[in-house]
Design a protein around this ligand. Structure first.
Ligand code: CO
Length: 134
């Protein structure tokens, strides 16, 4: 059912420092910073040959990323995102198998303008998993 790894999202306390690390130290191709108020984050996309890394900095204290950074002050992997061809059929299969879809249970429009859902980490080996229709 799942296809390519679309991205790995890393929560960071300081987006500028994180971007410099990826750009200058790791020599990666990075995007400009983009504010996504609906998601409560400012993000930079690191474009790799086969996938992307999303650096996420919270823009306010109500952001879920803020809560995560409270528990992981140095930052850390927040979620991984797999592509699926048909998100609705993915949801019905997952729900049938007992996985919990976070939020309304229906796809939202994600950071890339495509339908996404998040699955409960307790149902996914302790990892927050995002599925994106792509
Ligand atoms: Co994501």
């Amino acid at each position: 059912m799942i296809g390519q790894l679309n991205h790995v999202a890393i929560a960071v306390p300081d987006l500028e420092i994180a971007t410099k690390f990826y750009k200058n130290t790791l020599g990666a191709n990075v995007s400009d910073a983009l504010e996504l108020p609906d998601h409560g984050v400012k993000t930079v996309f690191v474009k790799l040959q086969n996938t992307k890394i999303e650096l996420l900095e919270p823009i306010d204290s109500s952001s879920p990323i803020s809560k995560f950074l409270h528990e992981h002050p140095n930052g850390g992997i927040h979620h991984i995102c797999y592509q699926v061809e048909d998100i609705k059929s993915a949801i019905s299969k997952l729900v049938k198998e007992g996985a919990r879809v976070l939020g309304t249970g229906k796809p939202d429009i994600g950071a890339h303008g495509k339908p996404v859902i998040f699955l409960h980490p307790k149902d996914c080996l302790g990892t927050l998993v995002e599925l994106e229709e792509a």
